[in-house]
Write a protein that binds this ligand. Structure first.
Ligand code: X8Z
Ligand code: ZN
Length: 595
């Protein structure tokens, strides 16, 4: 090698290693900053959610503004390392840093503070939301979301159901103007970061080209749509039996107030109306929990014990001291359930106004799944402390809840005897009302928001387009016209609080993939809905191997670690529900299917 070339090479290597060292220092500093501002924002946010006042809203807005500002600066600075040859883990950190934000504030200081204030304000408005009836009899009586949900669970009077359903939707109205402004400002911030709009920013986080991700969702939806449509047709015909041919059409969408849920995302609460005749499940978990006088803490203890049975360490004492399990009487809180990792280390908590029902028993497992995931990846570098993709975070606790089988309930002493195979259709129906019914809802929220962010949906069409999508995907419709003076999207927490929602659609596909992998690996040969991994240390080890990776690898690798596949795939869900699908198609013979 000529001396000149050698010198040139040596100089290049020096410059190169210098830059790589710079990148390393940059990332170390970035991670320290993110930890600091992230924790401060989490603490403020915890107080806001558990004690809503003008002050806590303002403090949270400020803390979020600071955290977003720092993240945005770091993301923009990361661009200067684009051309440097970095080792894969550093390259990945740069990618994660550039895609870390859910909302980007505009660089204009006034606009930045306006945006974070709007966001805190909308979450607070949602949390305080109440329906106050104005008839003379009930004057002054206001219903909060839990009371409304209880009416939807218990009442079978269509007028009352419609009244409270409409009543809850009044909380959206005052958020319309704020939401419109929020869209403008958050898009401005996203554009400053090089994204076309906020929706494009959300789609860029999935370790694949954003357009391919949108196509993946279509593919997954096509896989499960026939199952949904069969369930829809069957449930519609049973509701028609119950509420009459005038109330429920034979071949149109299902009236939105009759499905036992404000957003028609979970139909468990009409289980009694649609239960397969002669296929009783043999037990009612809500009744068991109530008869045994479970309190909120006990619900969580049972959830925790499932995880410890898999080999996970128990939750720290601070979890029990600091979590909020019960709706306080003396102040406003955001009741929508959530799990927290306040210091990105040990300070795990959940916040949930727990009700003693089977539905909420599942939600407790859902929330704990977040906490156990958070703890599993806590020793990763800061930028890797998150789930493989956001669907994974939402899927872990649900995977565990799929193991809450009759056999499991017998094992832990909550049930005397598991029903035999004659109860299978009933069991699968219950699960389908929870999981299959959810699928199109999980998809449509962000189909709406992506179009709102891109401008394809104009503010003058906010409500109409919402209901068009609900009709298209879910086959549900309001019975009385909803106008543009209403703003129904904001009557759903995740819209008011700006939480992306596609994650839940993914989670509903992924949890069956996870469940099938764990069940089969642990040698369960029964039908999937009868497999429980309770007390199986091997399953725990395999699950933990994926969880502790955090987001250090693309999600495809995490998925491979647990399931041996790198593709999200609904066949596990279809396999799980195959006997029910056959049964539904039998029942639907000669009836209209679709809407
Ligand atoms: O929001 C949640 C969790 C908290 S991450 C309770 N879920 C979605 C919802 O309630 O809309 C879980 C299922 C879907
Ligand atoms: Zn969750």
């Amino acid at each position: 090698m000529g001396r000149k070339i050698f010198l040139l090479l040596a100089a290049t290597v020096a410059a190169f290693s210098q830059t790589r060292a710079e990148a390393d220092a940059f990332l170390k500093d970035a991670e320290a900053q993110l930890l600091k501002v992230g924790n401060a924002a989490q603490r403020a946010s915890w107080i806001q959610s558990t004690y809503i006042t003008e002050d806590t809203e303002a403090l949270t807005a400020d803390a979020n503004e600071a955290a977003i500002h720092v993240t945005k600066q770091l993301a923009r600075a990361a661009v200067r390392f684009d051309k440097v040859n970095l080792p894969p883990d550093m390259r990945r950190k740069m990618y994660l840093l550039k895609n870390a934000l859910t909302v980007a504030t505009p660089s204009n200081a006034k606009e930045s503070s306006e945006l974070t204030k709007l966001m805190s304000g909308m979450e607070g408005t949602y949390g305080r939301g109440k329906y106050c009836r104005d008839n003379p009899k009930d004057k002054g009586k206001c219903l909060d979301i839990s009371s409304i949900e209880n009416i939807l669970i218990e009442s079978r009077d269509p007028n009352e159901l419609l009244d409270v359903w409409k009543g809850w939707h009044t909380i959206g109205k005052p958020m319309r103007k704020d939401y419109q402004r929020f869209v403008e400002l958050s898009n401005k911030g996203a554009r400053e970061m090089g994204f076309a709009d906020s929706g494009a920013m959300w789609r860029a986080k999935y370790d694949m080209p954003p357009d391919d991700f949108a196509k993946e969702l279509d593919r997954l939806w096509e896989q499960v749509r026939p199952l949904y449509v069969s369930l829809h047709a069957y449930v519609r015909s049973r509701l028609r039996d119950k509420y009459g041919a005038d109330a429920v059409s034979a071949n149109g969408p299902i009236p939105a107030h009759l499905l036992g849920n404000l957003w028609q995302q979970n139909w468990e609460n009409v289980g009694d109306l649609v239960a397969p005749p002669n296929a009783a499940t043999g037990y009612d978990l809500t009744k068991i929990l109530k008869d045994r006088k479970f309190d909120e803490r006990e619900m969580v203890r049972y959830g925790e014990r499932f995880f410890t049975s898999l080999g996970f360490a128990s939750l720290p004492k601070t979890f029990w001291d600091r979590s909020l399990f019960q709706k306080p009487q003396d102040r406003e809180v955001v009741c929508h359930a959530s799990a927290w990792d306040v210091d990105n280390d040990q300070d795990l908590r959940i916040k949930m106004c727990i009700q003693i029902t089977a539905e909420e028993f599942a939600v407790v497992h859902h929330e704990l799944g977040h906490n156990f995931y958070q703890r599993a990846y806590k020793d990763q570098p800061m930028l890797f402390r998150d789930s493989a993709n956001d669907g994974f975070h939402e899927a872990v606790g649900d995977t565990i809840a799929l193991s809450v089988t009759p056999e499991y309930l017998v094992k832990i002493g909550l049930l005397d005897k598991a029903p035999n195979a004659s109860g299978d259709i009933g069991l699968l129906m219950n699960r389908a009302l929870e999981k299959v019914a959810f699928l199109p809802f999980g998809l449509m929220i962000d189909q709406w928001r992506w179009k709102v962010f891109s401008g394809e949906i104009k503010p003058t069409d906010y409500n109409k387009s919402w209901w068009d999508l609900k009709r298209k995907y879910q086959g549900v419709a309001p019975v009385t016209a909803r106008g543009e003076e209403d703003f129904d999207p904001a009557a759903k927490y995740h819209v008011a609080a700006n939480v992306p929602y596609t994650r839940y659609f993914l989670a509903h596909i992924l949890q069956f993939q996870f469940h099938r992998a764990l069940a089969r690996q642990s040698g369960c040969t029964a039908p999937l809905h009868r497999c429980s991994v309770y007390d199986n240390k091997e399953a725990g080890k395999r699950l933990n191997a994926m969880l502790e990776m955090g987001q250090s690898q693309p999600w495809q690798e995490a998925l491979f670690t647990l399931t041996g596949s790198r593709k999200m795939d609904a066949t596990a869900m279809l396999e799980y529900f195959a006997p029910l699908k056959a049964w539904l198609d039998e029942q639907n013979k000669g009836k209209a299917v679709g809407w």
